[in-house]
Every structure is written in structure tokens, then in C-alpha cells.
Design a protein around this ligand. Structure first.
Ligand code: PGA
Length: 256
């Protein structure tokens, strides 16, 4: 199948979630990833570790093509928000990408409106927002498309056209996250086209073409080639397999 993307540099994001348990392990995994992706400098590789490790890992990321990501942010720059981190603090720590609206955070109570404020804060802070959208389950009437459209519409409601290049949409069907049940190539093709249609409606066709759409949900070393070559996605958001440098390297090689 002919790939449909207009994007030059594919992107693979490692979402480590609340892993690993120690900084020493985090360093080992990062060094492993650095080695595994060295041959693919044209692929943008973002590693999003737990906050605590970011500053230390920044030293290891220096002089490599890896970028650092955060898994969440607060909407304000500073203030009395116990347990939170701001975009400015993330930027200071060396972060350039922020994952926002991940389904695991939505499950903790994040609303579309809060996600919209976070996206606005990320863009204002001149970082790139990786906006996660995805349905819990699929129905035969296709109502899940309306849900995805709404998630995108609300998340981007404060983003001006000129700033859309700082947004990446990650389509992550919840039923495929951490389950081993990947979406099919056809599912991903259709959803990628749908997302571009939504962006065309909200902005215009040129903008829609330029916004990167990645897929996430049980991407692994075995299915990455098919999922990338057969669909129009611009890369992947990887959870479990991003903690295994060799497997992660294979995923990056698949989008190369
Ligand atoms: P998974 O997670 O690759 O382990 O399914 C993806 C994600 O939650 O971003």
C-alpha cells in the first residue's frame, strides 16, 4: 500500500509511564535506546520518562538526536499546586515535548476542557504538545468517530492556525493500550484520514496535511513495520515496548 503522509521526519515517542523503579535502570534503558536508534537520525525520537528522572537523563541525551518529553503538565506557570509541574519548569529541565490527555490521565479525571488549557499552556511555553485521543470501545454505528472529533475540537480550541505545527495528534484507542490487541491497519488508515478531515474542517487542508498523526496501542517490534508501511501515520507512541531498547530500536527502524 502507498503511504499517504506528507511529513518528512517520522516520530516515535517512548512513554515510560511510571517506570522503571530506579534511576539506575532509567539510565540503562536510555543508553540502550540511544545506541539502538543511532542509525536513524532522521527519525525524531522522544523519550518521556517520569519527572524525577528528567534532569539526570538530560545529561545522557545531550549530543544525541533524542529529545525529552514529559507525561503531563499543569496549566499555570507557578503557584500553589501541590504535586504539580509547570511548562516553564519542564522547559528548564530540558523537555521539548509534552504528552497531554493520555487516556490513563483522562481516567484519573482529566476533562477535555482541562486538556485544552494544558495544550494552550504548552504552546504558549513554546513546547510541542502530543495530544492523545482515543475511544474506549467501538460501536457498529461509528459513534466513536464523533467522540474523537469532539476530543480534537475541544483540545485544540485555543490553538491558532499558525501554532498547529507544535501539535501532534496521537490516536490511541483505549482498548489497544497495554492489551496486545493492536488496531488493524484498516482501523488506523480510516482513523488517520478521519483526523485529517477533522483538522481540515477546523483549519484547512494545508494545515491538516502538516500536522503529524501518530498511532499508539500495543505497538511492538513485530507489528511496527506493517502498522507504519500500511497506514498514513507519521510514527508511534509506544508504552511497554519503549522500556526494551532492542525492541524499541526495531520500532524506530520500522518508521525509518
Ligand atoms: P502500550 O501503551 O504501547 O503499552 O500499549 C501505549 C500508551 O499508553 O501510550
Amino acid at each position: 500500500m502507498q503511504r499517504m503522509s506528507h511529513i518528512k521526519h517520522p516520530l516515535v515517542i517512548a512513554n515510560w509511564k511510571m517506570n522503571p523503579v530506579t534511576l539506575a535502570e532509567a539510565k540503562t534503558i536510555l543508553v540502550g535506546i540511544k545506541t539502538a536508534v543511532k542509525k536513524f537520525p532522521q527519525v525524531i525520537v522522544v523519550v518521556a520518562p517520569p519527572f524525577l528522572y528528567i534532569t539526570e537523563l538530560k545529561k545522557l541525551v545531550a549530543k544525541s538526536s533524542l529529545a525529552l518529553g514529559a507525561q503531563n503538565t499543569h496549566t499555570d506557570v507557578k503557584g500553589a499546586y501541590t504535586g504539580e509541574h509547570s511548562v516553564s519548569q519542564l522547559q528548564e529541565a530540558g523537555v521539548t515535548y509534552v504528552i497531554v490527555g493520555h487516556s490513563e490521565r483522562r481516567a484519573m479525571g482529566e476533562t477535555d476542557e482541562l486538556i485544552a488549557s494544558k495544550v494552550a499552556a504548552i504552546i504558549k511555553g513554546k513546547l510541542t504538545a502530543i495530544v492523545c485521543v482515543g475511544e474506549k470501545s467501538r460501536d457498529t454505528q461509528g459513534n466513536f468517530y464523533t467522540l474523537i472529533e469532539n476530543q480534537i475540537k475541544v483540545a485544540l480550541c485555543e490553538v491558532q492556525k499558525s501554532r498547529l505545527k507544535e501539535v501532534i495528534i496521537a490516536y490511541e484507542p483505549i482498548w489497544a493500550i497495554g492489551t496486545g490487541a493492536t488496531a488493524t491497519v484498516a482501523d488506523v488508515v480510516e482513523m488517520q484520514l478521519f483526523i485529517k478531515k477533522v483538522l481540515t474542517k477546523l483549519y484547512d487542508r494545508t494545515i491538516a496535511r502538516s500536522v503529524r498523526v501518530v498511532y499508539g496501542g500495543s505497538v511492538n517490534a513485530e507489528n511496527a513495520v506493517e502498522l507504519f508501511a500500511g497506514t498514513g501515520v507519521d510514527g508511534f507512541l509506544v508504552g511497554g515496548a519503549s522500556l526494551k531498547p532492542v525492541d524499541f530500536g526495531k520500532i524506530v527502524s520500522a518508521v525509518n
